[in-house]
Design a binder for this molecule. Structure first.
Ligand code: ADP
Ligand code: MG
Length: 409
Protein backbone atom coordinates (compact mmCIF):
# COMPACT_ATOMS: atom_id res chain seq x y z
CA UNK A 1 0.00 0.00 0.00
CA UNK A 2 1.28 3.43 -0.98
CA UNK A 3 -0.11 6.33 1.04
CA UNK A 4 -1.90 8.75 -1.37
CA UNK A 5 -0.37 12.26 -1.32
CA UNK A 6 -3.04 14.94 -0.87
CA UNK A 7 -2.48 18.50 -2.06
CA UNK A 8 -4.54 20.71 0.25
CA UNK A 9 -5.84 24.13 -0.78
CA UNK A 10 -4.63 26.99 1.43
CA UNK A 11 -7.25 28.92 3.37
CA UNK A 12 -7.44 32.47 1.95
CA UNK A 13 -5.94 33.91 5.16
CA UNK A 14 -2.89 31.66 4.80
CA UNK A 15 -2.29 32.64 1.18
CA UNK A 16 -2.71 36.32 2.06
CA UNK A 17 -0.28 36.04 4.97
CA UNK A 18 2.32 34.28 2.80
CA UNK A 19 2.37 36.93 0.06
CA UNK A 20 2.18 39.80 2.54
CA UNK A 21 5.31 38.44 4.27
CA UNK A 22 7.09 37.77 0.97
CA UNK A 23 6.32 41.30 -0.19
CA UNK A 24 7.57 42.96 3.00
CA UNK A 25 10.76 40.92 3.07
CA UNK A 26 11.49 41.58 -0.65
CA UNK A 27 10.53 45.25 -1.01
CA UNK A 28 10.47 48.17 1.42
CA UNK A 29 7.06 48.90 3.05
CA UNK A 30 3.71 47.09 2.68
CA UNK A 31 1.56 46.09 -0.30
CA UNK A 32 -1.54 48.09 -1.16
CA UNK A 33 -3.60 44.90 -1.04
CA UNK A 34 -3.76 41.16 -1.69
CA UNK A 35 -5.69 39.47 -4.50
CA UNK A 36 -6.03 35.85 -5.58
CA UNK A 37 -7.34 33.70 -8.40
CA UNK A 38 -8.07 29.97 -8.74
CA UNK A 39 -6.71 27.25 -10.94
CA UNK A 40 -9.41 25.42 -12.87
CA UNK A 41 -10.50 21.96 -13.77
CA UNK A 42 -12.47 21.27 -16.93
CA UNK A 43 -15.36 18.84 -16.35
CA UNK A 44 -15.83 18.21 -20.06
CA UNK A 45 -15.28 19.98 -23.39
CA UNK A 46 -11.60 19.40 -24.23
CA UNK A 47 -9.84 20.94 -27.26
CA UNK A 48 -13.11 22.69 -28.10
CA UNK A 49 -12.24 26.29 -27.12
CA UNK A 50 -10.18 26.95 -30.26
CA UNK A 51 -12.91 25.31 -32.36
CA UNK A 52 -15.61 27.81 -31.27
CA UNK A 53 -17.15 25.00 -29.19
CA UNK A 54 -18.42 24.45 -25.64
CA UNK A 55 -16.60 23.58 -22.44
CA UNK A 56 -17.58 23.33 -18.80
CA UNK A 57 -14.93 24.25 -16.21
CA UNK A 58 -15.15 24.86 -12.46
CA UNK A 59 -12.75 26.89 -10.31
CA UNK A 60 -10.49 24.96 -7.93
CA UNK A 61 -10.20 25.84 -4.23
CA UNK A 62 -6.46 26.05 -4.95
CA UNK A 63 -5.44 29.66 -5.64
CA UNK A 64 -2.53 31.89 -6.62
CA UNK A 65 -2.07 34.90 -4.32
CA UNK A 66 -0.50 38.25 -5.17
CA UNK A 67 0.43 41.18 -2.92
CA UNK A 68 0.83 44.28 -5.07
CA UNK A 69 1.66 47.97 -4.75
CA UNK A 70 1.56 50.45 -7.64
CA UNK A 71 4.67 52.55 -8.43
CA UNK A 72 5.04 56.13 -9.68
CA UNK A 73 7.19 54.99 -12.63
CA UNK A 74 6.68 52.20 -15.20
CA UNK A 75 9.04 49.69 -13.55
CA UNK A 76 7.76 46.19 -12.71
CA UNK A 77 9.52 44.23 -9.95
CA UNK A 78 8.31 40.73 -9.12
CA UNK A 79 9.14 37.95 -6.70
CA UNK A 80 7.53 34.52 -6.43
CA UNK A 81 7.88 31.80 -3.82
CA UNK A 82 7.99 29.46 -6.84
CA UNK A 83 10.83 31.26 -8.69
CA UNK A 84 14.38 32.41 -7.94
CA UNK A 85 15.41 36.05 -7.59
CA UNK A 86 13.68 39.24 -8.68
CA UNK A 87 12.13 39.56 -12.17
CA UNK A 88 12.41 43.18 -13.38
CA UNK A 89 11.48 45.14 -16.49
CA UNK A 90 10.05 48.46 -17.62
CA UNK A 91 6.49 48.25 -18.96
CA UNK A 92 7.63 50.09 -22.09
CA UNK A 93 9.98 47.15 -22.86
CA UNK A 94 7.26 44.47 -22.64
CA UNK A 95 6.65 43.01 -26.08
CA UNK A 96 6.07 39.66 -27.80
CA UNK A 97 9.07 37.53 -26.91
CA UNK A 98 9.45 38.82 -23.33
CA UNK A 99 10.70 35.73 -21.55
CA UNK A 100 10.51 34.21 -18.09
CA UNK A 101 7.62 33.79 -15.69
CA UNK A 102 7.26 37.59 -15.39
CA UNK A 103 5.82 37.58 -18.92
CA UNK A 104 2.58 36.14 -17.46
CA UNK A 105 2.41 39.10 -15.05
CA UNK A 106 3.78 42.06 -16.98
CA UNK A 107 1.93 40.78 -20.07
CA UNK A 108 -1.38 41.49 -18.35
CA UNK A 109 -0.36 45.12 -17.69
CA UNK A 110 0.79 45.35 -21.32
CA UNK A 111 -2.54 43.97 -22.63
CA UNK A 112 -4.62 46.29 -20.43
CA UNK A 113 -2.60 49.24 -21.75
CA UNK A 114 -3.10 47.98 -25.33
CA UNK A 115 -6.87 47.97 -24.62
CA UNK A 116 -6.63 51.66 -23.71
CA UNK A 117 -6.48 51.44 -19.92
CA UNK A 118 -4.03 53.51 -17.90
CA UNK A 119 -1.82 51.06 -16.01
CA UNK A 120 1.52 51.97 -14.39
CA UNK A 121 4.41 50.03 -12.89
CA UNK A 122 4.16 47.97 -9.71
CA UNK A 123 5.97 45.79 -7.19
CA UNK A 124 4.39 42.41 -6.50
CA UNK A 125 4.94 39.18 -4.59
CA UNK A 126 3.36 35.87 -5.65
CA UNK A 127 2.77 32.52 -3.95
CA UNK A 128 0.55 29.63 -4.99
CA UNK A 129 -0.80 26.21 -4.06
CA UNK A 130 -1.84 25.50 -7.67
CA UNK A 131 0.59 22.90 -9.02
CA UNK A 132 2.65 24.05 -12.06
CA UNK A 133 2.22 22.40 -15.43
CA UNK A 134 -0.36 19.93 -14.08
CA UNK A 135 -3.06 20.98 -16.53
CA UNK A 136 -4.80 22.90 -13.73
CA UNK A 137 -3.90 26.33 -15.13
CA UNK A 138 -1.39 27.80 -12.75
CA UNK A 139 -0.62 30.21 -15.61
CA UNK A 140 -4.21 31.50 -15.82
CA UNK A 141 -4.43 31.68 -12.01
CA UNK A 142 -1.34 33.90 -12.04
CA UNK A 143 -2.64 36.09 -14.89
CA UNK A 144 -6.10 36.43 -13.36
CA UNK A 145 -4.71 37.37 -9.93
CA UNK A 146 -2.69 40.12 -11.64
CA UNK A 147 -5.74 41.25 -13.64
CA UNK A 148 -7.96 41.79 -10.60
CA UNK A 149 -5.09 43.42 -8.68
CA UNK A 150 -4.37 45.92 -11.48
CA UNK A 151 -8.12 46.46 -11.98
CA UNK A 152 -8.34 47.52 -8.32
CA UNK A 153 -5.23 49.71 -8.04
CA UNK A 154 -5.88 51.44 -11.38
CA UNK A 155 -9.58 51.90 -10.50
CA UNK A 156 -10.79 50.28 -13.75
CA UNK A 157 -13.90 48.71 -12.17
CA UNK A 158 -13.90 45.79 -14.63
CA UNK A 159 -13.89 43.02 -11.99
CA UNK A 160 -17.21 44.30 -10.61
CA UNK A 161 -19.34 42.81 -13.43
CA UNK A 162 -19.28 39.67 -15.56
CA UNK A 163 -19.11 41.82 -18.71
CA UNK A 164 -16.09 43.66 -17.26
CA UNK A 165 -14.52 40.34 -16.37
CA UNK A 166 -14.75 39.22 -20.00
CA UNK A 167 -12.54 42.24 -20.80
CA UNK A 168 -10.07 41.01 -18.17
CA UNK A 169 -10.26 37.56 -19.84
CA UNK A 170 -9.24 39.18 -23.14
CA UNK A 171 -6.27 40.92 -21.49
CA UNK A 172 -5.05 37.78 -19.69
CA UNK A 173 -5.45 35.69 -22.81
CA UNK A 174 -3.46 38.19 -24.88
CA UNK A 175 -0.77 38.16 -22.18
CA UNK A 176 -0.47 34.38 -22.43
CA UNK A 177 -0.74 34.16 -26.23
CA UNK A 178 1.30 37.19 -27.27
CA UNK A 179 3.74 37.94 -24.43
CA UNK A 180 4.30 34.52 -22.82
CA UNK A 181 3.97 32.94 -26.27
CA UNK A 182 1.61 30.06 -25.35
CA UNK A 183 -1.14 29.63 -27.97
CA UNK A 184 -3.95 28.59 -25.58
CA UNK A 185 -7.61 29.11 -26.43
CA UNK A 186 -9.21 31.14 -23.61
CA UNK A 187 -10.82 28.41 -21.51
CA UNK A 188 -8.37 28.79 -18.63
CA UNK A 189 -8.62 32.55 -18.21
CA UNK A 190 -12.44 32.52 -18.53
CA UNK A 191 -12.68 29.87 -15.83
CA UNK A 192 -10.39 31.66 -13.37
CA UNK A 193 -12.14 35.02 -13.80
CA UNK A 194 -15.79 34.05 -14.42
CA UNK A 195 -16.62 30.79 -12.55
CA UNK A 196 -18.84 31.03 -9.50
CA UNK A 197 -18.74 29.11 -6.24
CA UNK A 198 -21.04 26.06 -6.33
CA UNK A 199 -21.33 26.33 -10.13
CA UNK A 200 -19.78 25.08 -13.32
CA UNK A 201 -19.47 27.61 -16.15
CA UNK A 202 -20.82 26.66 -19.57
CA UNK A 203 -18.53 28.52 -21.95
CA UNK A 204 -19.46 29.00 -25.59
CA UNK A 205 -16.55 30.11 -27.79
CA UNK A 206 -18.57 31.08 -30.86
CA UNK A 207 -17.37 34.55 -31.90
CA UNK A 208 -19.60 37.56 -31.44
CA UNK A 209 -21.56 36.36 -28.40
CA UNK A 210 -22.36 38.72 -25.52
CA UNK A 211 -20.86 38.07 -22.07
CA UNK A 212 -24.25 36.71 -21.01
CA UNK A 213 -24.32 34.20 -23.87
CA UNK A 214 -20.66 33.22 -23.78
CA UNK A 215 -20.55 32.13 -20.12
CA UNK A 216 -23.58 30.67 -18.36
CA UNK A 217 -23.22 29.58 -14.69
CA UNK A 218 -24.77 26.15 -14.10
CA UNK A 219 -25.47 25.17 -10.46
CA UNK A 220 -23.30 22.12 -9.73
CA UNK A 221 -24.29 20.88 -6.29
CA UNK A 222 -21.99 17.96 -5.56
CA UNK A 223 -22.53 18.26 -1.80
CA UNK A 224 -26.28 17.51 -1.88
CA UNK A 225 -25.73 14.75 -4.44
CA UNK A 226 -23.22 13.12 -2.05
CA UNK A 227 -20.51 13.34 -4.72
CA UNK A 228 -16.89 14.44 -4.79
CA UNK A 229 -14.78 15.54 -7.72
CA UNK A 230 -11.35 13.98 -7.32
CA UNK A 231 -8.42 15.40 -9.31
CA UNK A 232 -5.30 13.33 -9.91
CA UNK A 233 -2.12 15.14 -10.97
CA UNK A 234 -0.23 12.35 -12.74
CA UNK A 235 3.07 14.32 -12.59
CA UNK A 236 3.71 12.88 -16.05
CA UNK A 237 5.77 15.13 -18.30
CA UNK A 238 6.01 14.32 -21.96
CA UNK A 239 8.15 16.03 -24.55
CA UNK A 240 6.78 17.63 -27.74
CA UNK A 241 3.56 18.69 -25.96
CA UNK A 242 3.57 22.16 -27.58
CA UNK A 243 4.20 20.67 -31.02
CA UNK A 244 1.36 18.16 -30.62
CA UNK A 245 -1.02 20.94 -29.49
CA UNK A 246 -0.07 23.01 -32.51
CA UNK A 247 -0.57 20.03 -34.81
CA UNK A 248 -4.09 19.42 -33.41
CA UNK A 249 -5.02 23.07 -33.93
CA UNK A 250 -3.63 23.02 -37.46
CA UNK A 251 -5.60 19.85 -38.33
CA UNK A 252 -8.82 21.46 -37.11
CA UNK A 253 -8.15 24.61 -39.13
CA UNK A 254 -7.34 22.54 -42.22
CA UNK A 255 -10.54 20.50 -41.88
CA UNK A 256 -12.67 23.63 -41.41
CA UNK A 257 -11.07 25.16 -44.50
CA UNK A 258 -11.70 22.04 -46.61
CA UNK A 259 -15.35 22.19 -45.53
CA UNK A 260 -15.56 25.91 -46.33
CA UNK A 261 -16.29 26.81 -42.69
CA UNK A 262 -14.79 29.36 -40.30
CA UNK A 263 -14.77 26.79 -37.50
CA UNK A 264 -15.72 23.16 -36.86
CA UNK A 265 -18.58 24.39 -34.66
CA UNK A 266 -20.47 25.31 -37.82
CA UNK A 267 -20.90 21.60 -38.61
CA UNK A 268 -23.64 21.46 -35.91
CA UNK A 269 -27.11 21.01 -37.49
CA UNK A 270 -28.57 23.10 -34.63
CA UNK A 271 -26.62 26.05 -36.09
CA UNK A 272 -27.72 25.25 -39.65
CA UNK A 273 -24.67 23.09 -40.35
CA UNK A 274 -24.23 19.99 -42.57
CA UNK A 275 -23.99 17.51 -39.67
CA UNK A 276 -21.14 15.16 -38.80
CA UNK A 277 -21.89 12.41 -41.36
CA UNK A 278 -21.76 14.74 -44.34
CA UNK A 279 -18.70 16.53 -42.95
CA UNK A 280 -16.84 13.21 -42.67
CA UNK A 281 -17.91 12.17 -46.18
CA UNK A 282 -16.70 15.49 -47.63
CA UNK A 283 -13.34 15.13 -45.90
CA UNK A 284 -12.74 11.55 -47.06
CA UNK A 285 -11.14 12.29 -50.46
CA UNK A 286 -8.62 14.63 -48.75
CA UNK A 287 -7.86 12.35 -45.83
CA UNK A 288 -6.21 9.07 -46.88
CA UNK A 289 -5.03 8.13 -43.35
CA UNK A 290 -8.27 9.20 -41.64
CA UNK A 291 -6.50 11.55 -39.23
CA UNK A 292 -8.54 14.65 -40.12
CA UNK A 293 -11.80 12.74 -39.76
CA UNK A 294 -10.82 11.40 -36.33
CA UNK A 295 -9.92 14.90 -35.12
CA UNK A 296 -13.19 16.34 -36.43
CA UNK A 297 -15.23 13.50 -34.91
CA UNK A 298 -13.73 14.28 -31.50
CA UNK A 299 -14.32 18.02 -31.69
CA UNK A 300 -17.92 17.75 -32.87
CA UNK A 301 -18.92 14.94 -30.50
CA UNK A 302 -17.21 16.65 -27.56
CA UNK A 303 -19.25 19.84 -27.88
CA UNK A 304 -22.38 17.70 -28.12
CA UNK A 305 -21.41 15.77 -24.96
CA UNK A 306 -20.67 19.03 -23.16
CA UNK A 307 -24.15 20.39 -23.91
CA UNK A 308 -25.78 17.15 -22.70
CA UNK A 309 -23.60 17.04 -19.58
CA UNK A 310 -24.54 20.65 -18.74
CA UNK A 311 -28.24 19.86 -19.18
CA UNK A 312 -28.03 16.95 -16.76
CA UNK A 313 -26.21 19.09 -14.19
CA UNK A 314 -28.80 21.83 -14.61
CA UNK A 315 -31.54 19.28 -13.85
CA UNK A 316 -29.73 18.29 -10.64
CA UNK A 317 -28.69 14.94 -12.14
CA UNK A 318 -24.94 15.21 -11.50
CA UNK A 319 -24.81 11.50 -10.61
CA UNK A 320 -25.78 10.65 -14.22
CA UNK A 321 -22.91 12.40 -16.04
CA UNK A 322 -20.40 9.56 -15.63
CA UNK A 323 -20.94 7.94 -19.05
CA UNK A 324 -20.30 11.29 -20.77
CA UNK A 325 -17.00 11.67 -18.92
CA UNK A 326 -15.91 8.22 -20.01
CA UNK A 327 -17.01 8.79 -23.62
CA UNK A 328 -15.03 12.04 -23.61
CA UNK A 329 -11.93 10.20 -22.45
CA UNK A 330 -12.26 7.48 -25.08
CA UNK A 331 -12.70 10.12 -27.78
CA UNK A 332 -9.61 12.05 -26.59
CA UNK A 333 -7.63 8.82 -26.38
CA UNK A 334 -8.64 7.19 -29.67
CA UNK A 335 -9.79 10.00 -32.00
CA UNK A 336 -7.84 13.04 -30.80
CA UNK A 337 -4.87 10.95 -29.61
CA UNK A 338 -3.82 13.25 -26.75
CA UNK A 339 -3.97 10.82 -23.81
CA UNK A 340 -1.03 8.87 -22.43
CA UNK A 341 -0.33 5.79 -20.33
CA UNK A 342 -0.59 7.64 -16.99
CA UNK A 343 -3.92 9.31 -17.80
CA UNK A 344 -5.39 6.03 -19.07
CA UNK A 345 -4.20 4.30 -15.91
CA UNK A 346 -6.02 6.82 -13.67
CA UNK A 347 -9.23 6.47 -15.66
CA UNK A 348 -9.18 2.66 -15.81
CA UNK A 349 -8.23 2.27 -12.15
CA UNK A 350 -10.77 4.82 -10.88
CA UNK A 351 -13.58 3.16 -12.85
CA UNK A 352 -12.67 -0.29 -11.56
CA UNK A 353 -12.55 1.10 -8.01
CA UNK A 354 -16.12 2.44 -8.27
CA UNK A 355 -15.93 5.96 -9.78
CA UNK A 356 -19.11 7.06 -11.60
CA UNK A 357 -17.04 8.59 -14.41
CA UNK A 358 -13.44 9.58 -15.13
CA UNK A 359 -11.49 11.33 -17.86
CA UNK A 360 -8.30 13.15 -18.65
CA UNK A 361 -8.67 16.94 -18.27
CA UNK A 362 -6.67 19.73 -19.87
CA UNK A 363 -4.62 19.48 -23.04
CA UNK A 364 -3.31 15.94 -22.47
CA UNK A 365 0.07 14.15 -22.76
CA UNK A 366 0.35 14.19 -18.96
CA UNK A 367 -1.22 16.66 -16.55
CA UNK A 368 -4.32 15.67 -14.63
CA UNK A 369 -7.33 13.38 -14.76
CA UNK A 370 -10.61 13.72 -12.87
CA UNK A 371 -12.97 11.18 -11.34
CA UNK A 372 -16.51 11.71 -10.12
CA UNK A 373 -16.85 9.61 -7.00
CA UNK A 374 -19.45 8.91 -4.31
CA UNK A 375 -18.18 10.72 -1.21
CA UNK A 376 -17.87 7.43 0.71
CA UNK A 377 -15.58 5.98 -2.00
CA UNK A 378 -13.02 8.82 -2.27
CA UNK A 379 -10.33 7.15 -0.15
CA UNK A 380 -10.82 3.77 -1.85
CA UNK A 381 -10.45 5.30 -5.32
CA UNK A 382 -7.42 7.42 -4.36
CA UNK A 383 -5.78 4.37 -2.74
CA UNK A 384 -6.40 2.25 -5.83
CA UNK A 385 -4.82 4.88 -8.10
CA UNK A 386 -1.82 5.38 -5.79
CA UNK A 387 -1.26 1.60 -5.72
CA UNK A 388 -1.63 1.24 -9.49
CA UNK A 389 1.02 3.94 -10.07
CA UNK A 390 3.37 2.30 -7.56
CA UNK A 391 2.85 -1.14 -9.16
CA UNK A 392 3.60 0.32 -12.60
CA UNK A 393 6.80 1.96 -11.30
CA UNK A 394 5.50 5.46 -12.04
CA UNK A 395 6.12 8.66 -10.06
CA UNK A 396 3.57 8.97 -7.23
CA UNK A 397 0.61 11.12 -8.32
CA UNK A 398 -0.93 13.92 -6.19
CA UNK A 399 -4.62 14.06 -5.25
CA UNK A 400 -6.78 17.18 -4.93
CA UNK A 401 -10.41 17.63 -3.91
CA UNK A 402 -12.22 20.05 -6.20
CA UNK A 403 -15.50 21.49 -4.88
CA UNK A 404 -16.60 24.20 -7.38
CA UNK A 405 -14.97 27.30 -5.91
CA UNK A 406 -14.88 31.09 -6.20
CA UNK A 407 -13.34 33.18 -9.02
CA UNK A 408 -10.54 35.76 -8.93
CA UNK A 409 -11.11 38.42 -6.26
P1 ADP B 1 -0.26 25.16 -16.18
O1 ADP B 1 -0.97 26.43 -16.51
O2 ADP B 1 -0.97 23.95 -16.69
O3 ADP B 1 0.05 25.02 -14.74
P2 ADP B 1 1.72 26.32 -17.88
O4 ADP B 1 2.95 25.78 -18.50
O5 ADP B 1 0.66 26.89 -18.73
O6 ADP B 1 1.13 25.17 -16.93
O7 ADP B 1 2.13 27.46 -16.86
C1 ADP B 1 3.14 27.25 -15.91
C2 ADP B 1 4.07 28.46 -15.93
O8 ADP B 1 3.38 29.61 -15.39
C3 ADP B 1 5.27 28.27 -15.03
O9 ADP B 1 6.31 27.63 -15.72
C4 ADP B 1 5.64 29.72 -14.70
O10 ADP B 1 6.33 30.32 -15.76
C5 ADP B 1 4.26 30.40 -14.62
N1 ADP B 1 3.75 30.41 -13.25
C6 ADP B 1 2.57 29.92 -12.82
N2 ADP B 1 2.39 30.13 -11.50
C7 ADP B 1 3.50 30.77 -11.06
C8 ADP B 1 3.95 31.25 -9.78
N3 ADP B 1 3.22 31.08 -8.68
N4 ADP B 1 5.17 31.86 -9.72
C9 ADP B 1 5.92 32.01 -10.83
N5 ADP B 1 5.55 31.57 -12.05
C10 ADP B 1 4.37 30.97 -12.18
MG1 MG C 1 -1.39 27.09 -18.47
Amino acid sequence: MTEPQWLEAWPVEEGARRVDELFTSSFEGSPEGVWSAPGRVNLIGEHTDYNAGLCLPTALPHRTFIALRPREDDRVRLVSAQAEGVWEANLSEIAPGTGGWGAYVAGVAWALAEAGHKVGGFDAAVDSCVPFGAGLSSSAALEASVAVALDAVAGLGLAASDAGRTELVDATRRAENEIAGAPTGGLDQSASLRCREGHALLLDFRPGLSALESGVPVPFDLETAGLTLLVVDTKAEHSHVDGEYGARRAACEQAAKLLGLDSLREIAPALGGMGIDRALAELEPHDADGVLRRRVRHVVSETDRTARFANLVREGRAADVGPFMLASHVSLRDDYEVSCRELDLVVDTAMTAGALGARMTGGGFGGSAIALVNRADVDTVAQAVADAFADAGLTAPAFLLAPPSAPAA
